[in-house]
Ligand binder design. Sequence first.
Ligand code: MLT
Ligand code: ZN
Length: 473
Amino acid sequence: MIETHHIEYLKSLVDENGWRENNGEDLSQWLLDSRARIEGKTSLILFPQNTETVSKIMTYCHEHKIVVVPQGGNTSRVGGATPDQSGNSIIICLSRMNQIRMIDKENYSMIAEAGTILQTIQSKAEDSERLFPLSLGAEGSCMIGGNLASNAGGLNVLRYGNTRDLVLGIEAVMPNGEIWNGLRSLRKDNTGYDLKHLLIGSEGTLGIITAASLRLFPLPKERATAFCALSDLDSCLKLLAIARELSGDSVSSFELIPDIALDMACEHVDNTRLPYAEGPAPEWSVLLEISGFTKDQMQTTMESLLETAFEEGIIMDASIAQNDTQRADFWGMREAIVEAQIRESASIKHDIAVPVSSVPTFIRKAGEAVKEICKGIRPYPFGHVGDGNIHYNLSQPKDMDKVAFLEKEDDLHKVVHDVVANLNGSFSAEHGVGQIKTEEMKSYKSAVELALMKKIKQAFDPNNIMNPGKILS
Ligand code: MLT
Ligand code: ZN
């Protein structure tokens, strides 16, 4: 446990609302991970209000070798922001650092503090007729600092890139307390190693990002959204090619959804219904969105590209959203499929990426592999097929006990990740490594990569106080 005099000193660095202690109060909001599978312990949670205070905290922790877990909205899918069981760490939660410091409309940029909720950033950009395109299920509670720390992906990567691609500069506090002001808002800056890209995606292991300069884009004037029933799995690649080509590369989202997910969503989540005129749910659907800048163009473009896809036998059916309510329903269904799987039964998750062209092969091969070691298993593959990123989730067999199913978790991860590795893919496309994929790092990363990563960690954080046990165990 951390000695009391350290706790008292750290508390003195913040105001009376700036700390919470482990004294019987329910701290699960900060200690339980978003999948409710990992619960950590802490001696103290600090809520600093500015970068200088973060710096003072880190200076003290570095000097006294006190372990720090940085946290934003605590929505990591891999336990990246959850402390370990020892109670020997403090959490620094950035939630009170939530100011938009400036919006530069002409420079298409915004400077936001780490604790700003993603949805707030999206809507502030929109108020200035700009788009901040990062969009994901947790956008109402995740914070931009965490999005950067985990290099979050989401629904618009195909068009706008990952979080990494949306950042012009950062401000960060180093493990020894030094403040690095790298808040430049430049599109071009070729002056040596690009350190911001080391901190982005480092999951709080190299420093604490306190603010970021974000890239903004023109706000699309029109969007068209459609649910498309594919003729077969391979057709997803053909539909993607047609949609990109015939829309002038205006595809912003391209999400794969299997029948099992639509059916479970209709069964378990209120206000969801099949997005087609008639059932049953097709084996494979794609939720396709295109967006552009000329009014009254996107809807027509969508109609004509779907007509071509229909004529070429790529799709069997499609529903185009006719208004904002229908569009919201379509996206509500996309969100509901995640919730539905949790409500149905136990599930085992994967977040893999392969080259887009290998997605159908991956789904088939992974299906064969998991069925070989678990009879009756129900694959539930969905997600960002336009980026080659599939959430290859698995649902408990109907006639199998939950515990028996979860006992197979490691074996199932192994066979799925082996298929991924054979296709030259990644075992973590967008959720990061956190504390649950450190074994995969050892199995699938080369010795050269791992050795370089360890040297970088050592250079930034010689006392190993920044979020230890994450990424590199
Ligand atoms: C999604 O794309 O819906 C999420 O990344 C899946 C998840 O949260 O597990
Ligand atoms: Zn996802």
